[in-house]
Design a protein around this ligand. Structure first.
Ligand SMILES: *Cc1c(COP(=O)(O)O)cnc(C)c1O
Length: 345
């Protein structure tokens, strides 16, 4: 095998969606923004549609258009950034549902595409997207008269169950929406885990589908196997890689594998990272290069053709810990050079 292979387990993806769906008594949608967190929006969304997902969320209209091409007519495709200037044709031609974030967006939408479907995004305290409470009270009656298909907001601290912000945002969202007829949505993955009070009519998981925290029981979805380019002996005192940051203290062997920070293997993982050969852990030594990683394979009798970076032994959150980041960033950094293969379809 000459290219690094990213294997996406669609059966695990579907199982994660089912598990999240079973925690609620409402509709479970799926967030497939950023190319389904780097795993491939078209195959991921098709697999989820087969599992019964009827509503998908993307960040921007162009993602929605690509998703419509993949899914065909039928499933609802909602756009978090709403109706931005220049988006009208994409929204109309692909039957996208903009989540309107401001009075300006509301005016733009009803003027450009009167009578077409839209949702409303409210700010319940995160101060990122959505109408402020005052803006919403000014617009509320007018907006509700046009029958929004969804009224939603987003939690800032849902991955910390004990954070007082959760209850605060829940209270704000209820104050802004109690008594309306339109379906409501507040919970992403973290919000689903907070319990029924947070579920309303539609949940919007992303990371949990892809095997990441805070969904601790998620099945891993992404596996990454990196091909060995060459193996060399190193003598005591010889250094490996840029900056001579690692020096052999005992005679050993180094495998050079084909993938690096240009493929989303963050340089910061270097000092803590390992790859696996079957059940043997092999430490990364020296710096992660743009296209290559060097690994201590002294303990192996035979060096296999590939070493595993993501898989049974370590998850996207293991890599995230090494780099001081979150699984979301590991997944969405996975590069364009991998041979993406889909299993369990
Ligand atoms: C990304 C996003 C989600 C999905 O969040 P996860 O934490 O990945 O489940 C849901 N809603 C909004 C508004 C988002 O931006």
């Amino acid at each position: 095998m000459a290219t690094a292979t990213l294997t996406i387990d669609l059966a695990a993806l579907r199982s994660n969606w089912r598990a999240l769906n079973e925690m609620t008594g409402c509709e479970t949608a799926a967030v497939v923004k950023a190319n389904a967190y780097g795993l491939g929006a078209a195959p991921v969304a098709k697999a989820l549609a087969q599992e019964g997902v009827r509503r998908f969320f993307v960040a921007v209209a162009s993602e929605g258009a690509a998703l419509r091409d993949a899914l065909g007519p039928g499933p609802e495709i909602c756009v978090f950034s709403g109706h931005m200037e220049g988006d009208t044709a994409l929204i109309r031609d692909n039957a996208l549902v903009p989540m309107l974030n401001s009075i300006d967006q509301m005016l733009r939408h009803v003027e450009a595409l009167p009578g077409t479907r839209f949702g409303i995004q409210l700010d319940s305290g995160m101060n990122r997207l959505g109408m402020e409470p005052a803006e919403w009270s000014a617009l509320r009656d007018l907006a509700l008269a046009q029958k929004p298909v969804l009224v939603m907001s987003h939690l800032a601290c849902a991955d910390e169950p004990d954070h007082p912000m959760n209850a605060h945002q829940l209270r704000m969202f209820r104050e802004m929406t109690d008594g309306i007829e339109a379906p409501r949505s507040l919970a992403a993955t973290g919000g689903i885990l907070l319990g029924r009070d947070y579920h309303f009519d539609v949940t919007r998981p992303g990371i949990g589908l892809y095997g990441g925290l805070p969904f601790v029981d998620a099945l891993p979805v992404a596996a990454l196997d990196l091909p060995v380019v060459q193996v060399r002996p190193v003598a005591v005192g010889e250094s490996v890689g840029y900056g001579n940051s690692w020096v052999a203290r005992v005679p050993g062997r180094i495998a050079t594998v084909s993938a690096g920070y240009a493929d989303g293997i963050l340089r910061a993982i270097g000092p803590k990272a390992s790859l696996w050969a079957g059940e043997t852990r092999c430490k990364v030594v020296g710096r992660v290069s743009m296209d290559l990683i060097t690994v201590d394979v002294t303990a192996l009798k035979d060096v296999p053709d590939t070493l595993e970076l993501l898989g049974r032994h370590q998850s996207v959150d293991t890599l995230a810990d090494w780099a001081g980041t979150i699984g979301y960033e590991i997944l969405t950094s996975l590069g364009g050079r991998y041979d993406r293969r889909y299993s369990g379809a």
